[in-house]
Design a protein around this ligand. Structure first.
Ligand SMILES: C[S@@+](CC[C@H](N)C(=O)[O-])C[C@H]1O[C@@H](n2cnc3c(N)ncnc32)[C@H](O)[C@@H]1O
Ligand code: SF4
Ligand code: SF4
Length: 363
């Protein structure tokens, strides 16, 4: 075993593959079989996972509910309460489509950070079309504003955040989204690059992992190419806004690298090594654990303790694969912020130099 191996820092509970949306960027909703509920981990099984993690990692670590839509699991509050009783900190993602009856419950719950997936602010059609369901914009805005109002009335410390994918159709929405966050005193916003839809398949239908030589599909490459000039300007503005105090969670380093990436998706990737194998521990609805969301599971949490999975042969092999992986999801958030800790200053300087050349039209 690698002697320097640290414990995982990014723990995700994908508690269900089920989802009521029809997102054009995601394939979870149309790949999940109708009888899947019976195969998901039960409430007690998730509780055992929590207590095993607590025994291994101690108090105070964070994990995030995701999926699928995590609020489709009616036991999400029971699990959050249990985690809280063990001293574990809880975050959750949501599409906010079916939480209208839960606002008060959410604010009163131990969930400390709620991350709303919102893709547009000025043009509701862009959000609705990306989510594949009419009325989803209206619902998510209502949820954000009402939960914020309740939070403030109750002096709750719930963090309310926005998670936005950047794609060609919403590029003019990016700056207004930051302005919306600042104006409404929302805690912050995190931008995510658009990944291949194939990476967002329900776990229950996954067969084998893609190879580490997997390259960006042509269609996605074209999408990035078509938005590149405007996207670079927008990211420049994001950097200015972050400097001016707007709460943008992406690091300066990631924003700089995004600009180079938008100019030529292959370019920056030579310099980035993926680190998810040393940081991520993602548990799917059936108990399978992955270090990389695109690779095969390294164990199942139902019959093995988390630390045993973290240290087993499969994890060690997977860690080796992740280190040499050439897939472009090295640019995504789950990897990037940790990975940057390993970068030296020359990498950042390289990004900046490259950006200057792009802006001068010398690339
Ligand atoms: C898979 S969803 C699961 C949680 C929940 N259903 C939601 O949408 O918030 C987690 C995040 O992935 C984002 N996402 C979906 N498709 C994506 C893609 N192709 N590339 C990058 N992020 C994507 C969503 O917008 C969301 O913020
Ligand atoms: S991104 Fe989230 S809301 Fe959209 S289909 Fe996928 S799991 Fe559902
Ligand atoms: S780049 Fe990282 S996250 Fe993407 S497939 Fe490779 S190891 Fe997994």
């Amino acid at each position: 075993m690698d002697k320097k191996l640290e414990k995982p820092q990014q723990i995700t509970f994908d508690i269900t593959d089920r989802c009521q949306m029809r997102c054009v960027t995601c394939a979870k909703w149309n790949t999940v079989p109708s009888d899947i509920i019976s195969k998901e981990l039960s409430t007690d099984e998730w509780k055992k996972v929590l207590s095993d993690l607590r025994n291994w990692l101690g108090e105070g670590f964070w994990f995030c509910f995701s999926g699928g839509e995590p609020f489709l699991r009616t036991d999400i509050f029971e699990l959050a309460d249990y985690a809280h009783s063990l001293g574990i900190k809880v975050a959750s993602m949501t599409n906010a489509f079916s939480i209208q009856h839960l606002y008060e419950k959410i604010v009163d719950s131990p969930i400390e950070s709620l991350n709303f997936s919102l893709n547009a602010i000025n043009n509701p059609i862009i959000h609705d079309e990306s989510r594949g369901r009419e009325g989803s914009y209206e619902k998510i805005i209502d949820a954000i504003m009402e939960i914020k109002k309740l939070r403030d009335e109750k002096h709750s410390s719930l963090g309310i955040n926005i998670a936005t994918i950047m794609f060609p159709e919403n590029i003019e929405e990016i700056i207004p989204l930051v302005e919306f966050v600042t104006l409404n005193k929302i805690n912050g916003i995190m931008f995510q690059l658009l990944d291949d839809k194939e990476s967002f398949q329900a776990y229950c239908v996954r067969t084998s992992s893609k190879t580490s030589k997997y390259v960006m599909p042509k269609e996605l490459r074209l999408k990035y190419k078509n938005m590149s000039k405007r996207a670079i300007e927008v990211v420049d503005r994001l950097i200015e806004m972050k400097r001016a105090g707007h709460s943008i969670y992406n690091s300066y380093e990631q924003l700089e690298a995004m600009k180079v990436f938008f100019n030529n998706p292959d370019d920056i990737l030579h310099d980035i090594k993926c680190d998810v194998g040393s940081t991520n521990f993602a548990i799917d609805p059936y108990g399978d654990v992955r270090l990389c969301f695109n690779m095969d599971a390294v164990g199942n949490i139902k019959n093995t303790l988390p630390q045993e999975i973290w240290e087993n042969m499969e994890s060690q092999k997977c860690r080796q694969l992740t280190k040499s992986c050439k897939m472009y999801c090295r640019m995504l958030n789950c990897n990037f912020k940790h990975n940057f800790a390993n970068f030296n200053k020359s990498f950042l300087q390289k990004c900046i130099n490259k950006t200057v050349r792009i802006l001068k039209g010398k690339n």
